[in-house]
Design a protein around this ligand. Structure first.
Ligand code: GLN
Length: 533
């Protein structure tokens, strides 16, 4: 463990500068140079995890294979690195305080006054080192959420300062990401906010080793030199991060400026050969030179904030590139879809995806959408609630079970085709109590799903409470909707499809969480193929 190196990524000036993408890009480059790397995110809010957060607040909730509900940045880490993250990779202030308070209740502090320093900072440092302690990683990159100067981030910044002192400068590197705004009236890029932000960091006792400057326009050498001089960093350690058309280009931009090399040198590690990133560049070439173009509708209720469907949108980028196809995503509000206007709303789409979700808002629009896609032979992909809507629609309109529903929406329905599992019925707490994380599923060889996966058994990630109700299994199957993926332990239906349809698949799990640049998800690849036609 002594050998593990730590890199911290902090942010200044504003939020949303893309710390997650910079962290993931650096990790990608270090990985390509032969180092084993993981990334962790520290979030300064009091929620124990983002599982209970409305997607409007913080975007999508990402789920790891081991069943943690986490920040969406972990999705970027996995998509870039092609390595799964875990529970330990996302820590919030709520979780830190929860552990400290639990220890206090057990009497572990032996009568001491429990304080932010040292008890909270000790717990933060313990969590940071925990990911590195498994002997799997050479380098741990830790992204600190929020912006330097926020009250909430102070204990995290103080923990980084202490770690730098404890582990030594070669084992602890700080990258600070800031914004250099461009003033069009004077035609200048301004460095003052960066200078102030670094001063703020210096006040907490941290001298950043590397500065990454987010900018709309290229920064000339004079500007970089000025920033280096006033912020006390080496000239080659001032890196620009200029706006690019796709986040997947950022690693290449960072490689060109030697971000990885600077970090490796500062950590006194051997600078292995420059990574050629062959597969990555191939992906970018395909992404930028599509031979086909399709429009896919994502029907959901959080469409005002596309971050709510981040992993789905990224999965389309991966699978689009693999098919050399440009995918224009149209976000369609499910609340605006009615039985009357469904045709107009979905007109011209090559394929339709009904998104995951919770609660009754917009549910009818999703059910009308599923029917429209089925009756008009339009490729349809239902994810989680999307699959449940497909089953409800089929029960109502093909089986003629009037009022069939999910008991999540109507607990008195006569035909509960989607229902709560027995184990879920006694659960009252909302945090971390769904069916979460990876579950096995056996696929019927005689299905489109099998053609996509080319595998009998898969493991996919779940995040839901309600399930396909097996009381209706035979009736649904006999009418032409086939359950083609079954959980071998519980017998739960995880995948349904309509064999007579061009491409109509619903999955109870979330394939979007496991699509990466190097391994696009097989169901998305197959769906896009069907949409191309
Ligand atoms: N609300 C549904 C359930 O809990 C679906 C959840 C989802 O789409 N993630 O089962």
């Amino acid at each position: 463990m002594a050998d593990v190196k730590y890199v911290f990524v902090t942010g200044g000036v504003t939020s949303s500068l893309g710390k997650g993408i910079i962290s993931a890009s650096l990790a990608k480059l270090l990985q390509a140079r032969g180092y084993s790397v993981t990334i962790q995110k520290l979030d300064p809010y009091i929620n124990v995890d983002p599982g209970t957060l409305n997607p409007y607040e913080h975007g999508e909730c990402y789920v790891t294979l081991d069943g943690a509900e986490t920040d969406l940045d972990l999705g970027h880490y996995e998509r870039f690195l092609n390595v799964p993250t875990s529970q330990a990779n996302n820590v919030t202030t709520g979780r830190i305080y929860q552990s400290v308070i639990n220890k206090e209740r057990k009497g572990d502090y032996l009568g001491k006054t429990v304080q932010v320093i040292p008890h909270i900072t000790d717990e933060i440092k313990r969590r940071i080192k925990l990911v590195g302690s498994c002997d799997k990683y050479d380098i741990v990159i830790t992204e600190i959420g929020g912006t330097v100067g926020d009250i909430e981030s102070l204990p995290y910044i103080e923990s980084v300062r202490q770690l730098k002192w404890e582990l030594g400068p070669q084992n602890c590197i700080v990258i600070h990401l800031t914004l250099v705004p461009y003033l069009s009236s004077t035609g200048e890029s301004k460095t003052k906010p960066t200078q102030h932000s670094v001063k703020e960091l210096l006040e907490t006792g941290i001298q950043p080793d590397v500065l990454v400057l987010r900018t709309e326009r290229h920064l000339n050498e004079d500007i970089k030199r000025k920033v280096a001089l006033f912020c006390n960093v080496e000239e080659n350690a001032v890196i620009e991060s200029v706006d690019v058309s796709t986040i997947y280009e950022v690693p290449i931009k960072m490689l060109e400026q030697g971000l990885d090399r600077i970090i490796i040198k500062k950590m006194a590690l051997p600078v292995n050969a420059e990574p050629p990133l062959v597969e990555w560049r191939e992906f970018l070439t395909k992404l930028k030179n599509p031979k086909h173009s399709i429009s896919v509708g994502i029907v959901g209720k959080y469409v005002e904030l596309p971050d709510a469907y981040k992993s789905i949108a990224e999965s389309f980028i991966h699978s689009g590139a693999m098919n050399e196809c440009e995918i224009n995503i149209e976000y369609i509000h499910s609340e605006e879809i009615t039985e009357k206007n469904v045709k107009d709303k979905l007109n011209g789409l090559n394929g339709i995806l009904v998104a995951p979700g919770f609660g009754s808002r917009g549910i009818d629009g999703k059910i009308f959408t599923a029917r429209y896609a089925r009756e008009n032979n339009i490729p349809f992909f239902g994810i989680c609630l999307g699959m449940q809507c497909a089953v409800i629609e089929f029960a109502r309109n093909v089986l003629k079970l009037e009022g069939a529903h999910s008991t999540e929406i109507n607990h008195k329905t006569k035909y509960p085709v989607i229902d709560l599992m027995e184990e879920q019925k006694s659960i009252i707490d909302k945090g971390g109590t769904m069916r979460l994380g990876g579950y096995r599923c056996i696929i019927d060889r005689n299905s489109k799903t099998y053609s996509a996966y080319q595998k009998d058994e898969i493991v996919e990630r779940h995040r839901h409470r309600y399930e396909f109700n097996n009381k209706f299994y035979d009736e649904i199957k006999n009418h032409g909707m086939s359950p083609v993926g079954i959980n071998p332990e519980s017998g739960l239906v995880e995948i349904i499809e309509i064999p007579d349809h061009k491409w109509y698949i619903g999955v109870q799990f979330h394939p979007e969480y496991s699509s990466t640049v190097i391994n696009p998800h097989p169901l998305f690849v197959s769906f896009v193929k069907a949409c191309i036609g």
